[in-house]
Design a protein around this ligand. Sequence first.
Ligand code: SF4
Ligand code: SF4
Length: 185
Amino acid sequence: MKQLSIMVDMDRCIGCKTCVVACRNHHNLVNHRSHMPGEIPFYIKVESQAEGTFPHLKEDFWVSPCKHCKTAPCATACESGAIRKDAQTGIVLIDKDKCTGAKKCIEKCPYNVIQFNAEKNYAHKCNMCYDRVVHGEEPVCVEICLTNALSFGEKEILKMQAQANGKEIIKAMSSQSIIYVKSSS
Ligand code: SF4
Ligand code: SF4
């Protein structure tokens, strides 16, 4: 199966969260009248890890969306058939019209990336901007990134690009649709 993927260059990500904001706006996740900070749903989050002590501090940043798992536990858990892995793209999609609001997918996702719309009773999450990518565009997070930390494409091609650019794939962090890389030197 083809697997469209996002590659995160950890040498380039500065943790600015521009991608998080652009993603929220694109997917209409923000209700500017009612949402309080900390309550806004997200499809992508920024994580970080600091090393060392001042003044020799070093901090790595990276983004973490849905991993579009090979055998997606969310899809297996869904009893209403609302979640499927698309054969053409490898993207895991939730059909909100089929969702009954049972939240089984949320319990089973190991990455805690599924959001729930309590008002309209459906689960939702990153769909890798499916409507854009099937028309040859990049996901919004990739397009907006200020530092070109994100690349998008077929997984095997991204891996070849990483190798050609002298980047090491961080296997312990990478998963089905997300590849984390760093300079190997
Ligand atoms: S926009 Fe780019 S640099 Fe900023 S947090 Fe997102 S991936 Fe990192
Ligand atoms: S929602 Fe969670 S379980 Fe489902 S594909 Fe994404 S990361 Fe995997």
